[in-house]
Design a protein around this ligand. Structure first.
Ligand code: ZN
Length: 93
């Protein structure tokens, strides 16, 4: 049995996930907010700006940024950017 420490409230808990069962509802809601935010605004804004705009604590934002799902999304956006740049170059030649 593995004991984890909740990244939100610091309580110890025994179950899967990054936060304790008590915090998981709020954490999931904030993660959804964060996801819609980056879908609208990309990753251009600083963590502090995102925090101000969404009301999500910087420490939680940093945790979300480490999630595989977010990193995959970030990579996808980066490759779209590269493609767009390549197309622009082609069009300008
Ligand atoms: Zn908690």
């Amino acid at each position: 049995m593995e004991i984890n420490r909740c990244s939100r409230c610091g309580n110890f808990y025994v179950s899967e996930g990054n936060v304790c069962p008590k915090c998981s509802t709020k954490d999931n809601a904030e993660f959804s907010t964060f996801k819609s935010y980056i879908q609208e605004n990309g990753f251009e804004n600083s963590i502090n700006t995102i925090s101000n705009d969404t009301g999500i604590l910087v420490k939680n934002l940093n945790r979300y940024l480490g999630y595989q799902e977010i990193q995959d999304y970030q990579k996808k956006l980066a490759s779209i950017d590269e493609l767009t740049n390549a197309i622009e170059k082609l069009e300008n030649t």
